[in-house]
Design a protein around this ligand. Structure first.
Ligand code: MN3
Length: 272
């Protein structure tokens, strides 16, 4: 079993009796579902290499930012992975509806519009508004991708980190308490609107915490976000008023640690 095959099986959590069966199923699903050969030009590579590379790329798109694009690679609003009221009492149904159906949908719309403007600038040769479109892409793209992560980062069941992730949390933050204190304070102290982010550093292969102001400032480019908490007022104000800390504390109880653990495994495999 080669490296890519291992990561494919692990990422999907497929459980197959026959060696290679789950890998083949994933490769089939990945190729059919994403049409990545067309997007990446991988069709000219050796068939096995191309299939493995397609599967690897499919993993990145599907697992790091679930549902961010459709089979054609177009930006879409992914459905919530649970009912609007599934996170009550930590998060109320109306906030979830507005947050997902209006706010997140708005970022998808804004991203598509800005991408279209950028394409028109490139094809027409009129670059007068190129900085405008790129700013919009950064803002709406950040909003779209972070919200894709946001929905899967929460679960009615809550849960615990895998043994591997717990080990990394202990190594990089001292303990789960050390992580929680740092993360909660980072998120709480974001100036204005933004996010708290648990991320995997590609160069150091360690876990770290970042803030994001709005969707797109204060980050750095060497990190893969694994878990995010939304501290825009639209995410909590109806239920928690101005008590951002109360929202973060409640959010800590509904973190989907199984999903975070899977993305951590994926990050270690893809960026090993
Ligand atoms: Mn939001």
């Amino acid at each position: 079993m080669d490296h890519a095959g291992q990561s494919v099986e692990s990422a999907l959590g497929t459980q197959s009796g026959a060696p290679g069966e789950s890998r083949r199923e994933f490769l089939k699903a990945g190729a059919a579902g994403l049409g990545l050969a067309m997007m990446s030009g991988l069709a000219q590579a050796q068939p096995t290499q191309a299939a493995d590379a397609q599967a690897k790329a499919a993993q990145k798109g599907l697992e790091f930012f679930p549902g961010a694009v459709n089979a054609q690679g177009e930006f879409v609003l992914p459905p919530l992975p649970y009912a609007y009221n599934a996170l009550e009492p930590a998060m109320d149904e109306l906030t979830m509806k507005l947050h997902h159906d209006k706010h997140h949908a708005g970022y998808v719309e804004g991203l598509i519009k800005a991408q279209k403007g950028l394409t028109e600038a490139r094809t027409s040769g009129d670059f007068a508004l190129v900085d405008h479109y790129l700013r919009k892409i950064s803002f709406h793209g950040g909003g779209h991708f972070l919200h894709c992560l946001n929905w899967v980062g929460m679960s009615p069941k809550g849960g615990k980190p895998s043994a591997d992730l717990q080990k990394a949390i202990d190594a990089d933050f001292g303990s789960m308490e050390g992580f929680s204190n740092l993360f909660a304070n980072a998120a709480k102290s974001v100036e204005g609107s933004g996010w708290g982010v648990l991320c995997y550093s590609i160069p150091t292969r360690k876990l770290g915490v970042l803030q994001a102001m709005n969707h797109n400032f204060l980050t750095d480019w060497a990190n893969v976000p694994l878990l995010v908490v939304d501290v825009w007022e639209h995410a909590y104000y109806k239920q928690y008023s101005n008590d951002r800390g109360g929202w973060i504390k409640a959010w800590m109880g509904i973190v989907n640690w199984q999903g975070v653990s899977e993305r951590y495994d994926l990050a270690r495999q893809v960026f090993a």
